[in-house]
Design a protein around this ligand. Structure first.
Ligand SMILES: C[S@@+](CC[C@H](N)C(=O)[O-])C[C@H]1O[C@@H](n2cnc3c(N)ncnc32)[C@H](O)[C@@H]1O
Length: 261
């Protein structure tokens, strides 16, 4: 598997941190996926590909609904743990290691391609959308969920980008809602649903521990939060609850569809 520098950094980071993303991780809760699925006429027997499956929470949900699921990820350790979790739940899934930017399947193979809380690591997210479109059957659905932001807030975008980079150097970039919508349209997908949902991050310790942030970088993030401008503080709703720092992120929930022919 030939990887560029950004992909290699993500693979190394997640191979190291795979034990943090399984049972008990916040991503095990899937109300966001349920919300997206309200816009998809999911049927048992559909072939689904879950790209950058991480702990497998999205792909396993689809398998539990009767889809024939392949879990894909750039990290071998992540795939191993996700498959193990599936086996514990009595779910049969296939796994395949690959970068999201080069999907190793033929044209028109899948009814559904999902990707949740991962594209901010991708080196070529627009290329990824093109690949998704290629492997979808005519009429197939793309389900995308990722941290995002409304358009027209460059200060907040830059601030959050810096904070995320300190927290996890394998973070590449978050993209705005409008950017994702443009990429989908350019690839030939029709938007079915697109919304930004506020999502509360539990607390800073949890945020750091999931990515094993270094002590030096934890200090930088804390200082960035202390000195954040009022406009960004308000947008991110940064505050204290029971002595913990809490903040709200925007999560994009997008469903798009490939034309029937
Ligand atoms: C936070 S986890 C994903 C969570 C998961 N989708 C869920 O629903 O719980 C991020 C995953 O993205 C994977 N990843 C990062 N960059 C990637 C890339 N370029 N191609 C494929 N997987 C990638 C990582 O290995 C990691 O497993």
């Amino acid at each position: 598997m030939k990887l560029d520098a950004i992909q290699a950094a993500a693979a190394a980071q997640f191979d190291k941190q795979s034990q943090n993303y399984g049972k008990g991780h916040i991503l095990e809760q899937t109300p966001d996926v349920e919300l997206a699925l309200q816009h998809i006429p999911l049927r048992a027997g559909w072939r689904a590909l879950d790209v950058a499956t991480g702990g497998g929470h999205t792909g396993l949900l689809l398998a539990a609904r009767g889809c024939e699921v392949t879990l894909g990820d750039i990290s071998a350790n992540m795939l191993e743990r996700a498959a193990k979790l599936g086996a514990e739940r009595g779910l049969r899934v296939a796994t395949r290691q690959f970068p999201a930017e080069a999907i190793p399947f033929g044209d028109g193979e899948f009814d559904l391609v999902s990707c949740r809380v991962a594209p901010h690591h991708f080196s070529d997210p627009e290329g990824f959308v093109r690949e998704v479109t290629r492997v979808l059957k005519p009429g197939g659905y793309f389900l995308l969920i990722d941290g995002s932001m409304e358009d027209g807030r460059p200060e907040a975008e830059a601030w959050l980008h810096q904070v995320e980079k300190w927290r996890d150097p394998s973070h590449h970039r978050m993209w705005t809602k409008g950017t994702w919508e443009r990429w989908c349209a350019a690839a030939g997908l029709t938007l079915v649903h697109s919304e930004l949902q506020p999502m509360k991050q539990p607390d800073l310790e949890w945020y750091f521990n999931a990515a094993a942030t270094s002590p030096g970088n934890r200090a930088k993030v804390c200082e960035a939060i202390r000195t954040v401008t009022p406009a960004v503080r308000e947008l991110m709703r940064i505050g204290k609850e029971d002595g913990k720092t809490v903040w709200w992120w925007q999560r994009l929930i997008l469903v798009a569809r490939k034309a029937m022919r």
